[in-house]
Design a protein around this ligand. Structure first.
Ligand code: ZN
Length: 204
């Protein structure tokens, strides 16, 4: 059974031996909050900034929901991939843009929300750019976790299935519009995309 120390060792191993980052300081913290796992950090190859970040993981909750060691390793690899790919910078950028727009002189969040609504209608997947980025970041982190770290599709899928609480159509991540929480993608979509990209990667 993984404890917080072995989670930390595993993340260090991923960064050094799988992602080939020489200098890194990513801290794994056992959280008791409602979230399952999340990551924030920056990966820079430019000296003197080293790769730094924080990964939060709710081990109690995961063990209560019968996640296996290998499934938890997939989650840790996924969170590490978010830091590796600088996804938090992308999320931060969208948050800043949205806050800035909301605080413009006309001070009307309604305009921002209406604009997001239009972007949603215009996009092929009915998602505005920020939700599209959110979705693609998740797909990318899943694929890196699988291809670079665990190499175990079966465990990746069972992990995502457990996250869905056996409802494959439950949302994996949501975005907000007019105080509504809309799904950026479902867990089923995440599993389908992971399988598809994994198999095309294998046949390269
Ligand atoms: Zn993620």
């Amino acid at each position: 059974m993984l404890n917080i120390k072995s989670c930390q060792d595993f993340v260090n191993w991923i960064l050094s031996n799988r992602l080939l980052i020489n200098n890194h300081n990513v801290i794994v913290i056992n959280t008791k909050t409602s979230l399952i796992a999340s990551a924030f950090g920056i990966n820079s190859t430019i000296w003197p900034i080293i790769t730094k970040g924080i990964i939060l993981i709710n081990l109690d909750d995961l063990y209560q929901r019968q996640f296996t060691e290998k499934e938890i390793q997939f989650i840790l690899a996924h969170e590490t991939a978010h830091i590796y790919k600088n996804h938090s910078l992308n999320t931060l950028m969208w948050n800043i843009i949205e806050r800035l727009l909301i605080n413009l002189e006309y001070n009307s969040p309604l305009i921002v929300e209406t604009f997001k609504g239009f972007l949603e209608l215009l996009s092929p997947n009915n998602l505005p750019h920020n939700a599209e980025d959110l979705k693609n970041n998740e797909y990318e982190a899943d694929l890196i976790a699988l291809n670079y770290v665990t190499g175990d599709l079966r465990n990746a899928i069972s992990c995502l299935q457990k996250l869905s609480n056996n409802d494959p159509n439950s949302p994996s991540h949501t975005w907000e519009l007019f105080n509504l929480n809309l799904p950026a993608m479902t867990l089923k979509q995440r599993i389908d995309v992971l399988k598809e990209r994994y198999y095309s990667f294998r046949t390269l």
